[in-house]
Design a binder for this molecule. Sequence first.
Ligand SMILES: Nc1ncnc2c1ncn2[C@@H]1O[C@H](COP(=O)(O)OP(=O)(O)OP(=O)(O)O)[C@@H](O)[C@H]1O
Length: 216
Amino acid sequence: MGVKLDVIDLEHTINLVNGEPLHLLKNISMSIEAGEHIAIVGASGSGKSTLLSLLAGLETLQKGKISYHKNLEVLSGVTGVSGFIFQHFHLLPELNALQNVALPLMLRGESTAQQRALEKLKLVNLEAQAKQPVTKLSGGEQQRVAIARALCNEPQILFADEPTGNLDHKTAEQVFDLMLHGAKVSGTTMVVVTHDLNLASKLDKTYKLENGELKL
Ligand SMILES: Nc1ncnc2c1ncn2[C@@H]1O[C@H](COP(=O)(O)OP(=O)(O)OP(=O)(O)O)[C@@H](O)[C@H]1O
């Protein structure tokens, strides 16, 4: 089962180049249930990526509290149980698809890394391309490799920042559906930042970030 996440009164301020503070996020409170899939939408520059990085523990909290729970246990953080998918794939160009997916497991010394990586490549319909260098794959295929890699660690919560923003409309929908399917199969909680309201509507809830406030 996935991770449950509670956010209480989160605030975030950035300093603009002219020295003025900008209150990017104001008193954000939300709960994301275990296994729930939510979308965060909003205008460019509204703070979606910043909020996602804070939720994923990739950026330091300035004010407020985020707590993570698995079953009835409170976790000290999510770094070990989370996956992250970026808009620009972030694959290692010198490796093939299978090696990209297996690498995080191999670095942890997992003896079944290759086998588990191949299973996840099957899940995103890329078994036949496993030995292809990723530079020879299409954009949609590269993003499916990134999804397989993120799922390979069996994450309890998955964060995705515009995961299909770099793809054409049809490919974006196919890749998004595969990502959602992968998360559903493993009961993974998922938080997705997207501009695409059609894709957002496939998830359980859509939050809109506007003027620093998050609304359903
Ligand atoms: N570390 C930082 N220092 C200064 N400004 C920052 C920093 N991080 C983000 N910003 C600014 O904060 C604002 C929000 O950025 P963010 O990337 O979170 O928005 P976004 O809603 O994800 O935008 P987009 O949809 O265009 O990706 C932007 O104006 C950005 O320039």
